[in-house]
Ligand binder design. Structure first.
Ligand SMILES: Nc1ncnc2c1ncn2[C@@H]1O[C@H](COP(=O)(O)OP(=O)(O)O)[C@@H](O)[C@H]1O
Ligand SMILES: [Mg+2]
Length: 584
């Protein structure tokens, strides 16, 4: 979306209000009624002066005062109703947008989150959406009512005295010009400030995510300076823009004051008959009242104008997020309930960044039920390889087949349903232990949950937790050790009973003894399932019948450990290193 197409943003935002058009019409009608009633009040005041004071018809004073009071009551009531309707519309809109943004985030490709800071999305979801609400509140109340008030006042002014009105309006173009010149600058300024706010949020969210590392390396001062510098920039930018806006506002107020002085000066002369086209005193009083009435909507409309500028910037950021390309899910083919789990990489090329290939012409077929271990130096591309079958990333060339079907032809949910993946840092959701295991197997019974835990060797530690399977873990819950997390993550996968299981150094947090025990205990469950194990320690996979070696994105070895020690220098080197490190 180009920065200079506010109209598109505006039209799309308006389209979101469309479902609430009934209420919006009601709000506009109410503000119109309020403005109309307001317009009549100076007119009554004029009558009051003409009939009651000048022509000494005292009996009508009470009647006119009563009418004025009634009108003011009607104005207040109409405003109240309009504002409460408005609260409903704007809150609902904000809530819908927030939900759409959150939903969109869940549909973006996983690759997206490797590139952007979470602060950026957070800023758009909360700060920008709230700003849209403020805008809506002012804009909707202003646009109907204030416009009518301004136009109506000018109409009455003309009726009361054309000459005076012309004098008054002579200063208006200067105000409009000021408004136009400054609005563009202010809009840019606020856009820049919002980007800086997102950057600042990003810094904080990064810091929150890496507290232990910051503390361990004594990075407090450094991080504080980093935050302060960013915060100071945001301060400067916002201050500059606020000042520009204040300057423009004050200029407009001053121009209005000049208008009033001109009116009173010239009007007084008209009344005193010193100038041609004389004027009655009650007309001048009404004129002054209408002039005062005019100042308010103009000031509000000009503020609304700024708010529109700001909220267009926010609206653009929110819409931009909604426009981010989501994960392609064009596949139409389904998998049977019990797929075989054959996985096949055919000439797969992959790179995160252009011209930095991570996998080169990678070929590998894993037969149904086969277990394949992948080893290789760090940075070889093992984790990348483990994520490609889930379509977290898409190969640049070549294809990946699951049971002979190109992944892109499969329904994404179907594909992921049949792959169990345990990454390096198993994630714990906030909830109970049982809920964590049943994540992705919604509605699983307690019995099967406990069974899965047993197969993942997790039940003994779970029993020792304060409330067993009902212990709350994750955020605001009991903290688990790395090994306990892994076992929960494995139980979660076991419960889903996938045809293909992928472990990416999942057990690296365990000590060797626990690791070995865990593998031997889940080996029964693994048998018959296609398994890809990315090994952290060679010791755990040495007797695996098939080991493939990955080095710098290329497959450089494929065989048993004994064959590889003979034929594959990369494997042999890793073997030597690890056997020296871990004396047997
Ligand atoms: N999200 C990413 N963006 C850019 N480059 C990445 C990303 N993840 C990994 N890489 C790069 O890809 C290469 C392979 O990484 P990875 O698959 O994690 O290797 P391994 O798991 O074998 O240690 C490395 O050079 C790494 O720097
Ligand atoms: Mg890795």
């Amino acid at each position: 979306m180009s920065e200079d197409r506010p109209f598109t943003v505006y039209r799309r935002l308006m389209a979101m209000i469309w479902p609430y058009r009934g209420r919006v019409v009601l709000i506009i009608l109410l503000t119109l009624v309020a403005s109309l009633a307001t317009l009549l009040i100076p007119w009554l005041a004029r009558r009051l002066f003409a009939d009651a004071v000048r022509e000494a018809r005292i009996g009508r004073i009470d009647l006119l005062l009563g009418a004025m009071l009634g009108l003011m009551g009607a104005v207040s009531l109409a405003w109240y109703l309009a504002e409460s309707q408005l609260a409903h519309v704007s809150l609902r809109l904000v809530e819908t947008l927030r939900r759409r943004v959150a939903d969109k985030l869940l549909r973006l490709p996983v690759a997206h989150f490797a590139r952007t800071s979470s602060g950026d999305a957070l800023g758009r979801c909360f700060h920008d959406i709230n700003r849209l609400r403020t805008f809506l509140n002012h804009a909707l109340l202003s646009l109907g009512g204030d416009l009518l008030l301004a136009i109506g006042s000018v109409g009455f002014l003309f009726y009361l005295s054309t000459r005076l009105t012309v004098v008054l309006l002579a200063v208006t173009p200067i105000g409009v010009l000021t408004l136009l010149i400054t609005s563009r600058r202010v809009r840019r300024g606020y856009h820049a400030a919002q980007n800086q706010m997102a950057d600042l949020t990003g810094v904080l969210s990064e810091q929150l995510g890496s507290m232990p590392a910051i503390r361990a390396f004594g990075g407090e001062e450094h991080e504080h300076r980093r935050f302060s510098a960013q915060s100071e920039q945001l301060f400067d930018q916002t201050l500059r823009t606020d000042r520009q806006q204040a300057a423009a506002r004050s200029t407009i107020s001053f121009l209005a004051a000049v208008g009033v002085v001109l009116v009173l000066g010239y009007g007084a002369r008209l009344v005193l008959g010193q100038s041609a086209g004389g004027m009655r005193i009650e007309d001048l009083i009404a004129f002054a009242l209408y002039t005062a009435l005019l100042a308010d909507p103009i000031r509000r409309l000009s503020r609304t104008h700024y708010e529109i500028q700001q909220s267009l910037a926010s609206g653009r950021r929110v819409l931009e997020l909604l426009d981010w390309p989501q994960q392609q899910d064009l596949g139409t083919r389904s998998l049977p309930d019990f797929p075989l789990g054959r996985l096949c990489f055919q000439s797969v090329q992959f790179s995160y960044r252009a011209n930095e290939p991570v996998l080169h012409d990678f070929n590998l077929t894993i037969e149904p039920g086969q277990t394949v271990a992948v080893v290789g130096p760090s940075g070889a591309g093992k984790s990348t390889l483990s994520m490609l079958p889930l379509r977290f990333y898409e190969p640049a060339a070549g294809r990946i087949l699951f049971d002979g079907i190109d992944l892109r032809d499969l329904k994404l949910a179907d594909l992921r349903r049949h792959i169990g993946w345990v990454g390096q840092d198993p994630f714990i959701f906030s909830g109970t232990v049982a809920e964590n295991i049943a994540y992705g197997s919604w509605g699983a019974s307690r019995e099967v949950i406990e069974n899965a835990a047993r197969q993942a060797c997790a039940d003994s530690f779970i029993q020792s937790l304060p409330h067993g399977f009902n212990t709350r873990i994750g955020e605001r819950g009991v903290d688990l050790s790395g090994g306990q997390r892994v076992r929960l993550a494995i139980a979660r996968v076991i419960l889903r009973s996938p045809a293909l299981v992928i472990f990416d150094e999942s057990t690296s947090a365990l000590d060797t003894e626990t690791e070995t025990r865990l593998w031997s205990e889940i080996s029964h469950w693994l048998s018959g399932r296609t398994t890809l194990i990315i090994a952290h320690r060679l010791a755990t996979i040495l007797d695996c019948p098939r080991i493939v070696v990955l080095d710098q994105g290329r497959l450089v070895g494929d065989g048993t450990a004994d064959q590889l020690r003979r034929d594959c220098p990369v494997f042999n080197r890793i073997f030597q290193q690890q056997m020296n490190l871990i004396p047997q």
